[in-house]
Design a protein around this ligand. Structure first.
Ligand code: SAH
Ligand code: SF4
Length: 352
């Protein structure tokens, strides 16, 4: 297949014929098998704190939301989750939280990274998703053993970014953070929300080109889902979940076909809109899934958007459920492997 043009991408984003979409998804899954292999990799997701100093208009744990109990797992609880992931043979974990930029927090994370590495003899891979930080903090965490970092740009349109955030949240700063992460040596992931209010199909095509221009290794993107206690929800008049789901899958497929050798996650938000969302994501070109391994009691407090799934399940139930679903979709699971993106190896060897 020749490289997709902007015009073709726009055509696919408007395509509603289920048979034509099936063809696109089949092509994208074949492309994934060719360029990143047939396996799906699990990353155990630990959402360890909902304290956040930012105020993004779409997010349920933004600092101005008073309608929410705040929590933070202790170091011992986080280590326990990491151990469970290791024992379940997940190759790696993702540590995610609201954003905090203070020194105490930076030190807390550094200690945890070192302890997880020691506890698993360096075998458990660690991805961080802890928002915008000073380059020195990113370096410190990299030295301590984190090797991948997820920081969604949320939208590649600076104008749309500004509409979705207060004036002191900056698109340029976020972009500079992505550049710093690449420079430091992380395997870098970014992504966007799909079906945001005011977002156009042109913006979405722009997002795919942004991923390419920034030489990104991993993509984590998913449908935008409204949260009742947010300013953005108050501005929405016509929210269509099935349309956002369709757009979410088409974006996965187009990104796979355009970027080829990157890792792409089938986001939890896809599963929120369709019980089979993650399997459908894999069949449309995704090769990573992030099963939630946060202790069950805390899951309902880490509510970025409404109707988040699996709130009553524990980590082992999630594993069994997902394993069956992925096998039923005809894919293999890469247990015990980091499953790094081939794109990262290529980027690294080109830099030497
Ligand atoms: N604080 C960190 C990580 C936690 S938020 C950060 O912002 O990077 C992780 C992701 O959740 C965000 O990047 C955003 O894309 C997503 N998110 C937040 N609110 C959402 C919503 N209403 N619908 C879908 N995704 C949302
Ligand atoms: Fe905080 Fe991240 Fe939510 Fe923004 S998206 S309010 S930074 S948790």
């Amino acid at each position: 297949m020749a490289e997709l043009t902007r015009k073709e991408m726009l055509g696919w984003l408007s395509e509603k014929d289920p048979q034509k979409l099936e063809e696109l998804f089949r092509e994208a899954r074949a492309c994934a098998i060719r360029h990143v292999g047939p396996k799906v990799y699990f990353r155990g997701l630990i959402e360890f704190s909902n304290f956040c100093s930012k105020d993004c208009y779409y997010c349920g744990i933004r600092k101005s939301n008073r309608n929410l109990e705040r929590f933070s797992l202790t170091e011992a609880e986080i280590l326990e989750c990491a151990k469970a992931a290791y024992e379940m043979d997940y190759g790696s974990i993702v540590l995610q939280s609201g954003e905090r930029q203070d020194g105490v927090y930076a030190g807390f994370i550094e200690d945890i990274l070192r302890k997880i590495k020691k506890m698993t003899s360096g075998k458990l891979g660690i991805t961080l998703s802890l928002g915008e930080q000073a380059p020195e903090t990113y370096e410190r965490w990299f030295e301590a053993g984190a090797h991948r970092y997820l920081l969604r740009i949320e939208t590649s349109s600076p104008a749309l970014y500004q509409r979705l955030h207060p004036a002191d949240h900056s698109f340029e700063t976020r972009k500079r953070c992505l550049e710093a992460l690449c420079r430091i040596g992380y395997q870098v992931g970014t992504g966007v929300m799909i079906g945001l209010p005011f977002q156009t199909h042109e913006d979405l095509v722009g997002d795919i080109f942004f991923f390419k221009d920034q030489d990104i290794d991993m993509i984590g993107m998913g449908p935008y889902i409204a949260h009742a206690d947010t300013p953005l929800k108050a501005q929405i008049s016509d929210y269509d979940p099935s349309e956002n789901f369709r757009l979410g899958l088409v974006m996965v497929a187009l990104t796979r076909l355009f970027l080829k050798d990157v890792n792409i996650a089938a986001a939890t938000a896809l599963q929120t809109l369709d019980v089979q969302g993650r399997e459908k994501g894999v069949l449309a070109g995704a090769n990573v899934i992030m099963p939630n391994i946060t202790p069950t009691d805390y899951r309902k407090l880490y509510r970025l958007y409404d109707n988040k799934p699996c709130l009553d399940e524990n980590a082992r139930q999630c594993k069994n459920c997902l394993e069956q679903r992925i096998r039923a979709a005809g894919a293999k699971i890469g247990y015990g492997e980091w499953g790094d993106a081939p794109h990262f190896m290529r980027r690294k060897s080109a830099a030497v």
